[in-house]
Design a protein. Structure first.
Length: 308
């Protein structure tokens, strides 16, 4: 692959790619930023994105439980390590629970019947549906694992979250990233949502299919992704270009900012281009999870021929 021209640092956050087109992956030649009229942002305002307070419990922070029937089925289907299953008293004869019990028996997983109140105490949102699986600590990947999952020369997407703190948003983004076939998700190791009982639920089990890497420094991780041939694009309200004009072909690391502050200055300065969603309605904007979903699918649309 040709030598990549490093982006110029600082100052330009208006959606124009800062790396030369000569460094793009094959098939992406001659693309530059095309200016469009100012439009509203894909990310929500601070007031809209700030998550409502969520129920907290002593178990959720440990990330050692999976709740809900769909997530439990996914854990069994993928062979995710399960220590034991807790089911609510009185649900044993429900068809879905019977199927789960049969699968747990085949997998050699012990089952304990407990009062529903015990599951309520473990549950992140009170939506355990009568079953909770006790699992080991979530096996986070290394960034190198995610890069390895994206073969050189092929289109690939990595979603990078710059201190997204709400478990619901985190789980929804992981689910969208997995659905479009992303190579992985990168999160900071501090001051960020982690994989917990809530994430298993809100991602519908997607966290069991997609590598998730915790890194100490997001900006440094982006530099590593650049070295592996990725272009880094940040979703920000300050972008001039909408996603339809962004260089989404090929290998892209998509950065989504936090619910309150968006992308940090240092991380934004590391981006090669910025982008946003077009908007015609009166509602101020989408929240970070909705915006990430739309941008993930735009990446997939732009690479559909190569991916097929």
């Amino acid at each position: 692959m040709a030598q990549k021209k490093r982006p110029q640092r600082g100052g330009d956050y208006q959606g124009k790619p800062k790396r030369g087109t000569e460094g793009r992956a094959k098939g992406a030649q001659g693309r530059g930023a095309r200016s469009v009229a100012q439009q509203r942002m894909p990310q929500a305002s601070r007031s809209q994105q700030t998550a409502a307070p969520q129920r907290r419990d002593v178990h959720a922070a440990e990330g050692n439980y999976i709740e809900g029937r769909r997530a439990a089925f996914e854990a069994l289907r993928t062979g995710f390590p399960i220590k034991r299953a807790l089911i609510a008293q009185g649900v044993e004869n429900e068809p879905a629970i019977r199927d789960l019990l049969a699968g747990l028996g085949e997998a050699g997983v012990g089952v304990k019947s407990v009062p529903r109140t015990q599951l309520d105490a473990i549950s992140s949102h009170g939506a355990h549906q009568g079953i909770v699986l006790e699992v080991g600590k979530f096996p986070y990947a290394d960034l190198s694992d995610i890069i390895a999952a994206a073969p050189a020369g092929s289109p690939a997407l990595v979603v990078v979250l710059d201190h997204v703190t709400d478990a619901g948003n985190f789980g929804a983004i992981v689910r969208s990233a997995e659905v479009v076939g992303a190579a992985g998700v990168v999160i900071p190791s501090k001051r960020s949502a982690e994989v917990t009982v809530a994430t298993y639920k809100t991602s519908a089990g997607a966290v069991m299919h997609l590598p998730i890497a915790q890194v100490p420094n997001i900006a440094r991780a982006l530099e590593d992704l650049k070295s592996a041939g990725f272009w880094v694009g940040g979703a920000t309200e300050h972008a001039e270009d909408v996603c339809w004009d962004a260089p989404f072909e090929g290998r892209v690391a998509l950065v989504m900012g936090s619910e309150g502050d968006g992308i940090s200055r240092l991380v934004l300065d590391t981006c090669d281009f910025t982008t946003k969603l077009p908007q015609r309605g009166e509602t101020e904007s989408l929240n970070v999870a909705q915006a990430a979903t739309a941008l993930c699918f735009e990446w997939m649309r732009r690479n559909r021929d190569s991916l097929a």
